[in-house]
Ligand binder design. Structure first.
Ligand code: R5P
Length: 333
């Protein structure tokens, strides 16, 4: 709010409502332009043009086509594959915006790469999720907007505000509409239990958990154990991301052996690193549901894949951040 010229303290103050950080501006890196387009359509705000290219020596160069001075900039760039290029591009774009005097820079990172390297769980290893958070802040971002971090505690790796949204209601709505009879929700590992439990509660369905247990000293030798009943039921496996598909493959096999009927799977992030497509295409899933936080090229779009869009969710949060409305209230709505 601004006091208009001419108003004195003695008079009735005159205020004018105005956006806190100038006009909303939307930019996209090269990580997921279709998602950025969908967010732009939701907001009815055009995407700004930026020239982004690599020199022969692989150095990334960015040039903004128009001034962003004192404007409220949202930069959309998930740090998905190619992860290291997309992270570097994100940092360089933030630096470009900062040096162009943007009023506020919100890094919209729908998928946060390196999120699984979030703790020192053995000697002499990095905490890369923290390193990336530091780099984003140092580059000049003022805020971060993200979806379903691998661990919620990663929010605390940032010293700037982080809005972490969840795509779980979107996935719950999808399965509620399918009205699958006799469902049971399955966590594919113990770490996924809380997420799966919330999902089960929302669908009013029971929960089962797959426990992976290491055998001997070999890191790859594992047995799977299933806690809960799936026989004669239709199963929905719930996870935060599908990477190589190994967890889903293991889950599928034990669920089939234990008598599950139809097997569905869902996750927020469809990373699908090799050999996920080969692995999952060979299995008789009824449906695998992910969102568009990560760009999934046509060659990875398997026959049973369904992609839901997080654009309305991100668009609405961007609108609220811009106008200073509560984002937390959305979770309660
Ligand atoms: C692990 O902690 C995650 O929640 C997912 O289960 C994991 O990212 C899946 O990886 P993959 O598909 O390679 O088994």
């Amino acid at each position: 709010m601004t006091m208009l010229p001419g108003a004195s303290c003695a008079e009735e103050p005159m205020y004018r409502e105005e956006p806190m950080y100038g006009t909303m501006r939307l930019f996209s890196g090269r990580a997921n332009p279709p998602l950025a387009e969908r967010i732009s359509e939701y907001l009815k705000v055009p995407l700004d043009e930026a020239e982004i290219f690599e020199f022969p020596n692989e150095n990334i160069f960015v040039r903004l086509k128009k001034s962003v001075r004192a404007q409220d900039v949202f930069l959309i760039q998930p740090t998905c594959s190619p992860v290291n290029r997309n992270i570097m591009e994100l940092l360089i774009m933030i630096d470009t915006l900062k040096r162009a005097s943007a009023g506020r820079i919100t890094a919209v990172i729908p998928y946060y790469g390196y999120g699984r390297t979030d703790k020192k769980d053995q000697p002499r290893v990095p905490i890369t999720a923290r390193l990336i958070a530091d780099m984003i802040s140092v580059a000049g971002a003022n805020r971060v907007l993200t979806i379903d971090l691998h661990a919620g505690q990663i929010q605390g790796f940032f010293s700037i505000p982080v809005d972490e949204m969840t795509a779980m209601p979107l996935l719950v709505r999808h399965f509620r509409e399918k009205n699958i009879p006799n469902p049971v929700i399955v966590a594919p590992d113990v770490g996924a239990t809380k997420r799966a439990r919330n999902f089960a509660q929302a669908l009013d369905a029971p929960l089962a958990v797959i426990e992976k247990r290491r055998v001997g000293n070999k890191p790859t030798a594992r047995v799977l154990n299933l806690i809960g009943r799936v026989r004669g039921k239709n199963v929905i496996i719930v996870d935060d991301e599908i990477d190589t598909g190994g967890s889903l493959e293991g889950a599928f096999e034990i669920l089939r052996r234990r008598g599950a009927l139809e097997i569905y799977a869902c996750a927020t992030h469809g990373v699908f690193s090799p050999p996920a497509v080969e692995r999952l295409s060979a299995l008789d899933f009824s449906e695998i549901v992910v969102t568009d936080t990560v760009l999934i090229p046509p060659e990875k779009q398997m026959r049973h894949l369904r992609i839901l869009s997080v654009a309305p969710l991100l668009g609405e949060v961007i609108r609220r951040i811009h106008t200073g409305e509560s984002v937390g209230a959305m979770a309660l709505a």
